[in-house]
Structures are given as structure tokens and as C-alpha cells.
Design a protein around this ligand. Structure first.
Ligand code: DGL
Length: 274
């Protein structure tokens, strides 16, 4: 196979700290049904969102090195925290294009707002990084942006409690300020949050436009593949592989629930020490 064809046939690598990145996986699978996909959930070290920049960078570099060893043609960072804290490092370090989830989501939010009031819910680390604010204010001056960290959403999503009274109570608490504000557009700035979208929508109602950064990212991945002539053209069946760093059965349970189909295999792998 010549090198160009080999590149087009190669899979896209997607990673997150856990099941959250499956919201991106699903969006990419829908928009690019011909592409082979590799997914890694760093389940041994979740959550990323309460850790320091240095730690998230180290984790993200180790994950990216593993994914690159699978000969991918691009890496989608399906984790807002890793995108906010480590995307530049990864882009410098990796030999394939690296796509962050922040930019496409921020751009879509700015296009969607009618009154210039945008809310961002994300992990503590993403909120502290101000990555969304920076990106959005670069697109348009004078936006009013409210950000709120919702750390308990991550374990609730990992637990598959998508419509549980406890999740509703937590959402009421976290989202009270958003509900009282003039926000007309809300960025679900953590890839775990779209899993809880029904609960979030129930609390905030339908006057708000919800931005699923994973959906926006899938469009960005499709554009990049076209631009670089990397889109797969092969007729053979695509493949998908799932890797985790711990406890495959738990990941499989929630992933199958979320994707609505059985997974062929979920392999536990060990990354660099740390
Ligand atoms: N899903 C991830 C994100 O988008 C991180 C969740 C976590 O590990 O804290 O930020």
C-alpha cells in the first residue's frame, strides 16, 4: 500500500479520562461513518478536572504516545480539561494533527448567542484555565460570560446516573446562578456533561441553546481530514478499538448504555509510569 493510501486508511485516535469522550466518539462516528476509530479512556486516573496543569499535561502526553503507537492519522482530544491545559504541548509533541475540543465549541457558542450572555459549565481545571473565555472573547468583544465548575457531574456520568433524583438535585444546586442569569447559550464544556443533558435541560429549560462541544469538534475533525486529504476512501469494513487503563467491565457497562450497542472488546492497557 502506498503511503498516502495507508494514511487515509489509518484510524482516528480519540481520548478522554473516562466515558465522557464517548460523546465525541459518537458524534465523529455519525459524521464520519467510514472512519476507523480508536478510543482510550484513562479510567485509572480519572478525574483529570481536579488536577494541576503539570499532572494533566503528563497524563495527556502518555495517552497521546500510546495512541500514536497505534498508527493513527489524527488525535482528537475528547476531553476539555486536557484540551484546555495540554493541547499546545500535545500539538508540539505529536507527529500527527491534534484537534482540541475547546475552539470549535467556543466558536459555535459565539455564533449561537443572541444577547451576548454565554454560560460555560466545565471541570474546575477548565474553568480555572479560562480557555473558553479567552477563545470566545477573541471571536467577539463585550460578551458576558459566566463560568461554573460542576465536578460532581463527572462521577455521576461515569456511574450512568443520567436520570436519577440525586443528579437532578446536584444540577439544581450547580445551575441556580445560570438559571437566574440572562444566559441564552450554555456550553457543556466537559465531554461528560452531554451524558447528563436531559437533567441539565430539565433544570434550565428550553429557552437556552445548549452547545455540545463534541458535536462541534466532529465537524472540525471532518474538515481537517478533507483539507489534508486524509479522509478514508477504502471499501473494507472500518474498525473500532476501545482501550482503558483500569476496570474494563465498568467502562463497558456505561459505554454500551450510552452508545446503545454492545462493544466487541475493551482492552486494559498500561501507560507510562505515573
Ligand atoms: N471529560 C473531561 C472533560 O471534558 C474530564 C472529566 C474529568 O476527568 O474530570 O473535561
Amino acid at each position: 500500500m502506498d503511503e498516502e493510501v495507508e494514511n487515509r486508511e489509518a484510524p482516528i485516535g480519540i481520548f478522554d479520562s473516562g466515558v465522557g469522550g464517548l460523546t465525541v466518539f459518537r458524534a465523529i462516528e455519525r459524521q464520519l461513518p467510514n472512519e476507523s476509530l480508536i478510543y482510550l479512556g484513562d479510567t485509572a486516573r480519572i478525574p483529570y478536572g481536579t488536577r494541576s496543569v503539570a499532572t494533566v499535561e503528563r497524563y495527556a502526553l502518555q495517552v497521546a504516545a500510546f495512541i500514536e503507537s497505534k498508527d493513527v492519522k489524527a488525535i482528537a482530544i475528547a476531553c476539555n480539561t486536557a484540551s484546555a491545559l495540554a493541547a499546545d504541548r500535545l500539538a508540539r509533541q505529536c507527529s500527527v494533527p491534534v484537534i482540541s475540543v475547546i475552539k470549535p465549541g467556543a466558536r459555535l457558542a459565539v455564533r449561537s448567542t443572541r444577547n451576548g450572555h454565554i454560560g460555560v459549565i466545565a471541570t474546575e481545571a477548565t474553568v480555572a484555565s479560562r480557555a473558553y473565555e479567552r477563545e470566545m472573547l477573541e471571536q467577539r468583544d463585550g460578551l458576558e460570560i459566566i463560568s461554573r465548575a460542576c465536578p460532581l457531574f463527572v462521577p455521576l456520568a461515569e456511574e450512568g446516573w443520567t436520570d436519577h433524583p440525586v443528579t437532578r438535585q446536584v444540577a439544581e444546586e450547580y445551575l441556580a446562578e445560570m438559571r437566574a442569569s440572562r444566559v441564552d447559550t450554555l456550553v457543556l464544556g466537559c465531554t461528560h456533561y452531554p451524558i447528563l443533558r436531559p437533567v441539565i435541560e430539565r433544570v434550565l429549560g428550553d429557552r437556552i441553546t445548549y452547545i455540545d462541544s463534541g458535536e462541534a469538534m466532529a465537524g472540525e475533525v471532518a474538515r481537517l481530514l478533507e483539507e489534508r486529504d486524509l479522509a478514508r476512501r477504502g471499501r473494507e469494513a472500518r474498525f473500532e478499538r476501545f482501550y482503558v487503563t483500569d476496570y474494563a467491565a465498568r467502562f463497558r457497562r456505561v459505554a454500551e448504555l450510552f452508545l446503545g450497542r454492545p462493544l466487541e472488546s475493551v482492552e486494559v492497557v498500561e501507560l507510562g509510569v505515573g
